[in-house]
Design a protein around this ligand. Structure first.
Ligand code: GAL
Length: 452
């Protein structure tokens, strides 16, 4: 691992950025090789449909590849497509999606395409290790520094955000947002009906969960048909148990994976599984959020794309749903960032550059993020366009300690995340804390971060 890669998580960790301030969507007219916005995650079904070539050349297209198919995330993407279509009515958008939250299916299909020399024009990729370790060091990307320079963006983004997108003196993708992973969403009416308030510590979580279970309400909604949601839940529990510094150290080798604190976190996680919906292995993240919306479960821990989901089903923050830092993590913002890339050999490179130029602009980000459930990566977003939850996220991002998300590419390399997800698949089933902890410690060694 290069020195630069080693320091990436540290750079992420010390992000303490001031965001200065930072409409209804009409679906864009797009060509959709796979399903358009679907409320539930479906099996990966990448289908490539070439549009008819224009006279004298290849079709004037933009193929953008993502996993944004659920309510909220698809709406945000469509809103940005709408702006693009207005600017470039002659360019046909090919909305290439492979459903499955966190890219659980999309990333593998993308890797196959990239290896086969068949890249889309641009694709969604997380800032940090996922971008740099997977694609940049493999020499599959074009730098986008020139887009930043031509548009005068070097001052429009926090320096630390630019830093985590940089390698060998170049910037390698355009960040469209900042997401928070450690959020607990809850049904205010359900809690109130049971005389409860949202738990702020792990201890309170178990007290509230016991009371709900006794009242016949599922305390915690989980939808881990993609195992990443369990990894996502665990990263919040690790943060609650180890604190910001201890959690950060897990990804730099400074925190011992064999420590009693990690044991405690794993025990808490295993205990939480006593309070989840019985069908969790069959549901997706958005179906789990729907359980909370419907009052069939009281709480769920998910990134703030859930805010986009609740908005997409017309719920109002603090009315139809409530939010709080996941128990025990107040004052810490577990961050990740979605970015858009320029792969080498993009078939419609000029159109990709137009797309990236929009994605990095204030207008593009302010069209996308209010529906996506994220805050702009730029520092000059129009705060008035964002709902009360997102405004609180802006404030927290500006004032909280920042830690990198594991489940969403910021904290660790793709190989390490995959190994972690495999451990979680077993752990969720057998709940064997000792085995999980040993395997996690070994995964850190295998990643080249922890010593033998
Ligand atoms: C994350 C991604 C978010 C959202 C989520 C669920 O990895 O960063 O933008 O799409 O997956 O699909």
């Amino acid at each position: 691992m290069s020195k630069k890669r080693f320091w990436l998580p540290i750079v992420l960790m010390v992000l303490a950025l001031v965001l200065a301030a930072c409409g209804g969507t009409t679906p864009a007219e797009t060509t959709t090789p796979t399903e358009a916005a679907a409320p539930v995650e479906e099996e990966a079904a990448p289908v490539e449909e070439e549009a008819a070539p224009v006279e004298g050349g290849t079709a004037n297209q933009l193929e953008f590849y993502s996993w944004w198919t659920a309510g909220g995330e698809a709406d945000g993407l469509n809103a940005m497509y709408d702006v693009f279509k207005t600017m470039y009515p002659d360019i046909e958008i090919v909305n290439a999606t492979v459903a499955g939250g966190a890219g659980s299916n999309a990333k593998a299909v993308l890797a196959t395409r990239m290896q086969a020399g068949d890249p889309p024009d641009s694709f969604q990729v997380h800032a940090g290790h996922e971008l740099i370790d997977t694609w940049v060091v493999a020499d599959k990307m074009e730098p986008v520094t020139f887009i930043f320079e031509e548009n005068g963006w070097m001052d429009a983004y926090p320096a630390d955000v630019i830093s985590i997108l940089s390698h060998d003196g170049e910037i390698w993708s355009v960040p469209v947002n900042i997401h928070r992973s450690n959020v607990m969403w809850y049904n205010p009416a359900v809690l109130e009906a049971n005389g409860l308030t949202a738990p702020t510590t792990m201890e309170e979580f178990f007290t509230v969960a016991d009371a709900l279970q006794e009242a016949g309400v599922t305390p915690l909604a989980l939808g881990d048909n993609g195992i990443w949601t369990s990894t996502h839940l665990l990263e919040s529990v690790l943060l609650a148990t180890l604190g910001a510094d201890g959690y950060r150290g897990l990804w730099t080798g400074e925190t011992d994976w064999n420590s009693p604190e990690v044991t405690t976190a794993l025990e808490s996680f295993a205990r939480m599984l006593d309070y989840v919906n019985a069908d969790h292995a069959a549901l997706s993240w958005d179906q789990a959020a729907q359980l909370v919306a419907d009052g069939d479960a009281a709480m769920t821990i998910m990134g703030d794309w859930a805010n986009g989901y609740f908005t997409s089903i017309d719920l109002e923050p603090n009315v139809g749903y409530g939010y709080a830092p996941s128990p025990g993590t107040d004052g810490v913002f577990m961050m990740l960032s979605d970015t858009f890339s320029l792969p080498q050999g993009a078939p419609h490179r000029d159109n990709a550059i137009k797309w990236l130029t929009l994605a990095g602009s204030r207008e593009g980000q302010d069209a996308f993020n209010p529906l996506k459930g994220s805050i702009p990566a730029r520092t000059d977003g129009d705060r008035s366009l964002y709902d009360v939850y997102l405004q609180s996220a802006m404030d927290d991002f500006a004032s909280n300690a920042i830690t990198p998300s594991l489940a969403h590419g910021a904290a660790a390399s793709e190989g390490w995340v995959t190994a972690f997800n495999d451990i979680m698949t077993l752990f969720v089933t057998d709940r064997n804390v000792g085995n999980a902890q040993t395997a996690m410690a070994q995964a850190c060694v295998n990643a080249g971060v922890c010593g033998q």
